[in-house]
Design a binder for this molecule. Sequence first.
Ligand SMILES: Cc1ncc(COP(=O)(O)O)c(C=O)c1O
Length: 460
Amino acid sequence: MDTDALRSSIARRDALLAAASERARRYLSGVADRSVAPAQEAVSGLGRLDFELPDAGIDPFEVLGLLDEVGSPATVATAGPRYFGFVIGGTHPVAVASAWLLAAWDQNAALAVMSPVAGRLESVALRWIVELLGLPAATAGAFVSGATMANATCLAAARDAVLSRSGWDAAALGLVGAPPVTVVVGGEAHTTVHKALGLVGLGRDRALRLAVDEQGRIRPDDLPELSGPAIVCFQAGNVNSGASDPFVPLIAWAREQGAWVHVDGAFGLWAAACPDLAPEVAGVEGADSWATDAHKWLNTTYDCGIALVRDRDSLRQAMRADAAYLPPSDDRDPMHFTPQSSQRARGAEVWAVLAGLGRSGLADLVRRTVRLAQRFAEGARAGGFDVLNDVVLNQVVLAIGDDTRTDAVVAAVQREGTCWCGPTLWHGRRAIRISVSCWATMDADVDLSVEALIAAARAG
Ligand SMILES: Cc1ncc(COP(=O)(O)O)c(C=O)c1O
């Protein structure tokens, strides 16, 4: 780019940002009224974006136009009120708006010296989260890309801590020659816990699996004796049923065994922020580490998980990085608590959403979505569906007739477009998984979606 072109780009920057804002607002204002799944023609049309990289760059307004005119129709309407797939919520307006401003700020949150504001907001957001979830006040935390990395971050801290108690410096020496670490998980541990165990060298498949009940909760009886360094992983919020492990007896057992207790609470941990639902995760504060997500139930933009560790030094020792050019600092430098160095200011967006919701707004978001999940289950049951789980959080598992019929209903509902929900397997039976996780979902959205399911079942 020559100097004149550069000057012209800078001069047109305001107009470009205004155009992006205009297009984004138009997109969001239509997102509740369109098919939740994109039309097949829109997906086929994506070929228009798949061209040889041009030698001379395309005018930025044209780039934006292509993204919006070709890309927007091919999106899945996860930002809308009737997306019930996976557990991925819809972005809260405060999150979208603050993410725009944060992109303009261009802050690298690795070090406080790179961005005092990002560092400060991250610390405040972590303090609020610890308070909201009722965790021990000294709990340290880190913002990472999602619950998968939050699990990996916590488990790396756990690995180093339990081995160090056995006199082995795992951070320095790795696992080659280390005393074996016993790992225990529930039979319904999320797949990303196994992935995270693999990433930190503890093996995807070598953990001892504890028996679970019909809701996917670990049975707190007949628990094994453990010896040597040990890590046990519990769960707040089963990805299908929403059920949480009985933490009080399980953590008491784990403590007797001298084990590190980790909890995967990607979405379920947020039940602790709602007084009516906190009993679902009673005792969870007794663990040593917790993984959760902001991009699920807290409705931030994606790429926002949170690792929380009771013992600050265990997290810092596992994640610290030293180099002559890095400033020695007593500040809380984020890069010494996370696997990554350079990082966007995730904590600043979480700060904005929490500030915008407040304590009662967050409790209301959790309470309301759980009530809507229960409404979904009641409507579906009245329409002839089997409800396969106790709807204790925001998750509903449905089935109708045999596996073939259930799968056909899922496919028909996705095609029809009123709502979107995905398939799963629950106790060997094909099922439909509904997750109500979006701030914008209202009773009418649930009712419309139940009608769509019933209509699909009748047509099939
Ligand atoms: C219980 C549980 N753990 C971990 C994850 C992984 O989260 P992420 O996609 O943020 O990495 C999920 C995602 O649904 C989950 O439900």
